[in-house]
Design a binder for this molecule. Sequence first.
Ligand SMILES: NC(=O)C1=CN([C@@H]2O[C@H](COP(=O)(O)OP(=O)(O)OC[C@H]3O[C@@H](n4cnc5c(N)ncnc54)[C@H](OP(=O)(O)O)[C@@H]3O)[C@@H](O)[C@H]2O)C=CC1
Ligand SMILES: O=C(O)C(=O)[C@@H](O)[C@H](O)C(=O)CO
Length: 264
Amino acid sequence: MPQLGYGVWQVADDEAAKAVGVALETGYRSIDTAQAYENETGTGRALRESGIARDELFVTTKLWNADQGYDSTLRAFDASMARLGLDVLDLYLIHWPMPARGTYLDTWRAFEKLYNDGRIRAIGVSNFTVGTLERLFAETEVKPVVNQVELHPYLQQGELRAFHARHDIRTEAWSPLGQGKGLLDDPVLARIGAAHGKTAAQVVLRWHLQLGNIVIPKSVTPSRIAENFDVFDFELTAEDMDAIAGMNADQRIGPDPATFEWMG
Ligand SMILES: NC(=O)C1=CN([C@@H]2O[C@H](COP(=O)(O)OP(=O)(O)OC[C@H]3O[C@@H](n4cnc5c(N)ncnc54)[C@H](OP(=O)(O)O)[C@@H]3O)[C@@H](O)[C@H]2O)C=CC1
Ligand SMILES: O=C(O)C(=O)[C@@H](O)[C@H](O)C(=O)CO
């Protein structure tokens, strides 16, 4: 899985067809969508129209909360694949654990079946906590390869990242740019960026890459799609990394996975 990919939350289906096309032309090869984003059809169209060989692409989609459960997961997977126009998926994620319901266990058993049947190359989770991961390990067979969670300099998830490292799970950062709001105006990032001739967004993405996180920044702006991909020609120093480590505020932008049960 490429460490730097492209996310498409809040991109309308017709816009996704265009934006994913721009991302692929720029050089991205990993695309992160979800059933809930309602843009799997446009994403699939862009993948096909790119002319890029299927084995050079890495496609992730996610099972939405309302479809948790064994049979409903199998049906939702088929529907996602029909919209994407794919035979085999690279990575399928349970979007949210919804711990109070406990249905993520049967959902995962359906993921295991799809994986064992060769319909998915890798299975993972999103928004899982240490507690929901431990229950998954105890009650199911296949370990998730990825946990995609909110992660940016204001929410660094140190404890969860260390847990992932101990269990050989890759950490994937959603909202890696803090949704482009206050974070990118932080003076610490401006100072580091000036020293390297890079923008605040590029500094943040480089920080993720050097930590070992998988990142999937979203933009519908072609210049930003290119800017976010141009992060492989510089390196943050140990002092830069320490300064960004000091920005942690354990501050979420999105919902708390311990309590988020939205099915809409
Ligand atoms: N599993 C989950 O529960 C979740 C997964 N995700 C995934 O993570 C992806 C990324 O997260 P997302 O929440 O979209 O937020 P990001 O942190 O990627 O930020 C996206 C926002 O930042 C702006 N932006 C992008 N690049 C730049 C730049 N170089 N300079 C300034 N502003 C910039 C974009 O604007 P513009 O588009 O106008 O250019 C957009 O408003 C999603 O698209 C989705 O795939 C996201 C949330 C939850
Ligand atoms: O974007 C996603 O993948 C999400 O799960 C979020 O949008 C989430 O549903 C949310 O933020 C709801 O407010």
